[in-house]
Design a protein around this ligand. Structure first.
Ligand code: FHN
Length: 592
């Protein structure tokens, strides 16, 4: 078997790779000779992906023999994921497998699980057919280590879920751990093997377990999705064997985690939402509701409905899908706190779903942190998570013909300021999670992407603000109309940039900066510089707290040449944990 780093390192790797947002996470050289989708036309891929792109929201189900252990092995509670308990507690293969004889989830009911997903507004389900423990949750003919043959339960949950999904009109997919397998000889063990029973040849594991089971799953269930996990090296022959049955399931979608240089159809950021979508790639954030994928009785750290619902909207606004996980318990019941949250999300989607399903990513780049945009044809859906004044649309050049609340159809006033920013009046009634405003445009969507975004005022001065800035890394616009600021400046490599349209001939400018800072983190120095390296340096002074904004004169002047000039505000050093909450800079022509 092959040794892979432990889950912590793997997750770290997954997270770091994914954070390079435009770089597909597993950007191994494509192995086009054996890529099942090699040579596929864009039109064919668009047709195959259409339902998935419109779906936006799916249920992930991690359910296996690990649920029987419920987070403890031999009386020892595990610290890691519930489904990693065999690995993390170094459970001997035979001892761990013996637990199957007590695994009898008699309360399992596929119709109930599917009904929960449907009521939540989820359009597809991906369920573990075999996780890293090697235990199959369907009646596999490949070996006896499965829920039908090895337990008193004697049923086939994958088959029952596949049939129930078909009846309910929900797409059904399976998760399959093709690389890690801690039970079958030769499967990867993610670090050193801990039981001689795991000794074996990986290629033999692929040929005798993995490939035959993938063929079974395809031929028996024609899954809409195969969700591979923890990719590793695969030979072309191994890939050919694993994908041999794929032509029998022509609409099949699979993710970027097969391994062997196969890109798959979807990027898979895990447990986080990337700052933007992935260029020319479909993507899906998968996430737990608490902190574990597989059931752990001791994990009651459930995210709030507000966080989960706003995650869904944030992801949709970036063009992705949200695959939200439930971890059923050893009796076959989905934990009630997870059901409660899904029901609340479903109730919101029942009224507001048109602003999520079938939408595309927002074309607007400079929205405050409390706002998101989703787009469908020529309608913009403005999502406002919390209100304190009007909402704003900084980049939109097209006039907004009308603005009405999606729920209640209340008409809202629309105006466009001298700065070109469109403002939508705050409605009287707010949704506790996300108020959706339907914006009908006067014409095709036009965005202000012109490099000279910030123009001089009549007196020749420039005011650059949080909303105008191009931000790097984790910087985020926050605050409320009309006062927005750039917060989360905890990485001194992050910076803010603006493009100014400077009158011919240019000139020298004095600068005033407005910011707030917590008393415990003052003292950072920063540089305001032009692409022609004219620089003003300042030091962050006390303002009395994050909610206290002060304006400071910066020393000296900065020279701006005529034409489009880029200016950058960057930290020179950061003794504390944050640089500042930036609000604005005013550049005024210096008196000669
Ligand atoms: O190791 C697995 C983990 O158990 C879980 O299945 C997640 C879900 O995406 N994937 C791997 C960790 O990245």
């Amino acid at each position: 078997m092959k040794k892979l780093p432990g889950i912590a390192l793997l997750i770290g790797l997954v997270s770091v790779l994914t954070l390079c947002q435009h770089t597909p996470m597993y950007a191994a050289p494509a192995n086009s000779q054996v890529d099942p989708h090699a040579g596929e036309t864009k039109a064919h891929r668009d047709e195959r992906m259409a339902w998935w792109r419109a779906a936006k929201f799916g249920m992930f189900i991690h359910w296996g023999l690990y649920a029987h252990y419920a987070g403890s092995f031999d009386g020892v509670p595990t610290d890691g994921y519930g489904e990693w308990i065999m690995h993390d507690e170094k459970a001997p293969v035979a001892e761990y497998a013996a637990g199957a004889s007590q695994f009898d989830p008699e309360k399992f009911d596929a119709e109930t699980w599917v009904a929960i997903a449907k009521a939540a507004g989820m359009k597809y389900i991906v369920m573990t057919a075999k996780h890293h423990e090697g235990f199959a949750m369907y009646h596999t003919a490949v070996d006896g280590f499965n829920i039908y043959d090895a337990t008193p339960f004697k049923r086939d949950p994958i088959a029952e879920m596949s049939a129930a999904c078909k009846r309910a009109g929900i797409k059904f997919g399976v998760y399959y751990s093709q690389n890690l397998d801690w039970h079958h000889p030769g499967g990867s063990t993610s670090g050193p093997a801990w039981d001689p029973a795991q000794q074996g040849d990986f290629d033999s594991y692929i040929k005798t377990i993995c490939a035959p089971q993938l063929t079974e799953l395809i031929n028996r269930f024609q899954p809409a999705v195969i969700w591979f996990d923890i990719p590793g090296d695969l030979t072309s022959d191994e890939i050919r064997l694993m994908t041999a049955a794929f032509p029998n399931d022509p609409g099949l979608i699979f993710n970027n985690r097969m391994g062997g240089g196969i890109p798959g159809d979807t990027e898979t950021p895990e447990q986080h939402i990337p700052p933007t979508g992935f260029k020319d790639r479909d993507w899906e954030t998968c996430m737990t509701i608490n902190d574990t994928w597989g059931y752990k009785s001791q994990d009651t750290d459930f995210k709030s409905t507000q966080v989960l619902l706003q995650n869904l909207v944030d992801i949709a606004s970036k063009g992705g899908n949200y695959l939200l996980n439930v971890g059923p318990d050893p009796t076959g019941i989905i934990p009630q706190p997870e059901v409660d949250r899904l029901q609340q999300i479903g109730a919101w989607l029942k009224q507001n779903g048109t602003s999520v399903y079938g939408t595309k990513a927002s074309p607007l780049a400079h929205l405050p942190a409390n706002e998101r945009i989703t787009v469908k044809n020529n309608t913009l859906y403005l999502h406002v998570f919390d209100w304190n004044g009007n909402a704003v649309l900084p980049d939109l050049l097209t006039n907004v013909k009308s603005a009405t609340t999606l729920v209640g159809k209340t008409k809202l006033a629309v105006s466009r300021g001298a700065d070109g920013i469109t403002t939508i009046a705050e409605p009287a009634k707010h949704d506790p999670y996300d108020t959706v405003i339907v914006l009908t445009l006067a014409g095709p969507i036009k965005i202000d992407k012109s490099p000279d975004r910030v123009k001089a005022k009549a007196d020749g001065s420039f005011t650059v603000t949080a909303l105008d800035a191009a931000l790097t890394g984790g910087l985020q616009v926050e605050g409320n109309a009309p006062n927005y600021d750039v917060g989360y400046w905890t990485d001194d490599d992050d910076k803010l940039q603006w493009n100014l349209n400077v009158p011919a001939g240019g000139g020298n400018y004095t600068a005033k900066i407005t910011y707030s800072i917590d008393n415990g983190t003052t003292g950072s120095t920063f540089d305001l510089s032009t692409s022609a390296s004219s620089t003003i340096t300042g030091t962050v002074e006390t303002t009395g707290g994050w909610d206290q904004y002060h304006t400071f004169d910066l020393p000296g002047t900065i020279h701006l040449a005529g034409g489009v000039q880029q200016i950058t505000l960057a930290a020179a050093n950061k003794p504390g944990y944050a640089v500042m909450n930036f609000r604005s800079i005013v550049l005024t022509p210096a008196k000669n």
